[in-house]
Design a binder for this molecule. Structure first.
Ligand SMILES: [Ca+2]
Length: 344
């Protein structure tokens, strides 16, 4: 299983996934810990009224800690000859016909808004809707955990306090900005709404696109679509470039010498499966043929997720943008291919 999406936090998770020690865990009672967070929040301008409204009566949730630990130990699926779990298997489970149909229906329903947002942000509507589909089945499954309680529990527990304490303070700032306390419901790991943003991402990138004065990622189609599109634009989406194209890779293709020579500073285990960057023109010269339109000068990496006998892809910079949303090749491939299906 791939770990649950955690937005920008994926970077921090990748760095600490190997059973980090609980160095600073639970050296204080939960209430004493909340007092230290409250002091920090006050220093960052959060009102006492908000702190009282959110923290009074808050208790840790053991279920959240259990789920967080389960993520670490979940054993992988069967491996292919690549040494990695099968991409085909993952896609079969995640890009189901029901999910594809849901995406087509969603796009039809929101098309006027989606077109306007596509114009404004330069991110294809089908990519945004594919994210929505993978995160919450187009809003059907947004999580039922109380966000302040989950975030306070995870921050106090301490394994990833560096990640969760700022998110706990960010959720207080959301309340200060007028988000109703009752709306703060989401995943056990603190992600919420249609696109499963973390609070810090909400503060930075959520958009009020329907003009009602609220950035409502739970109920508003326009706010949801614009906020995800804004995330993608902020992460460097290149308008008019595909996320990837399927590529024909002949048996005779020489795969030696195309390994990446750099180690990615972020989630290196994801990036090390991609080749080095070459232009499409250079790939063609090596006998590797794109199966869909893509400019000759576009830079791409070759990725053969299930090995040489299975489909290969030329990934562009836009694939990296999907990885910024959730740094997993399985996630990014399933989002890109779902978007392709929706736009077909
Ligand atoms: Ca709104």
């Amino acid at each position: 299983m791939i770990s649950k999406p955690l937005r920008l936090a994926a970077l921090a998770i990748a760095a600490s996934l190997a059973f980090a020690t609980q160095a600073n865990a639970q050296t204080q009672s939960f209430d004493a810990y909340l007092e230290t967070v409250a002091a920090q929040a006050r220093a960052e301008g959060v009102s006492q009224r908000t702190i009282d409204a959110v923290f009074t009566g808050l208790t840790p949730n053991n279920r959240v800690i259990e789920l967080d630990r389960d993520q670490l130990v979940s054993a992988g699926s069967p491996r292919t000859s690549t040494g990695f779990p099968s991409m085909a298997n993952y896609l079969g489970r995640h890009n189901t016909q029901a999910r594809i149909n849901g995406g087509v229906r969603t796009l039809a329903r929101v098309r006027p808004i989606a077109s306007r947002i596509e114009q404004e942000y330069g991110v294809p509507a089908e990519i945004v809707i594919a994210i929505w589909g993978h995160e919450t089945s187009y809003g059907a499954v947004m999580g039922s955990f109380d966000l302040p309680r989950s975030l306070a529990t995870l921050a106090w527990e301490g394994r990833r306090r560096d990640l969760f304490e700022p998110e706990l303070i960010a959720v207080l700032k959301m309340v200060d900005q007028g988000v109703p306390r009752s709306r703060l419901v989401g995943s056990h790991a603190g992600a919420f709404g249609n696109g499963q943003f973390l609070p810090s991402v909400y503060l930075r990138l959520a958009v009020d696109a329907d003009g009602d004065g609220q950035r409502d990622l739970w109920n508003s189609d326009a706010d949801t679509l614009a906020s995800i599109a804004n995330y993608f634009r902020d992460a460097g989406w290149r308008q008019g470039e595909p996320w990837a194209v399927r590529a024909f890779v002949p048996n005779t293709a020489d795969r030696s010498g195309i390994e990446s020579r750099v180690t990615s500073p972020v989630c290196p285990r994801v990036h090390e499966r991609h080749s080095r960057w070459l232009t499409v023109r250079e790939w063609r010269a090596r006998g590797i043929e794109p199966r869909a339109p893509i400019g000759d000068d576009v830079l791409a990496t070759l990725f053969e997720p299930d090995g040489p006998a299975a489909p290969g892809y030329l990934l562009t910079q836009n694939y990296r943008v999907i990885l910024e949303y959730n740094c997993s090749n399985y996630y990014a491939m399933s989002v890109g291919l779902l978007a392709d299906e929706i736009s077909r």
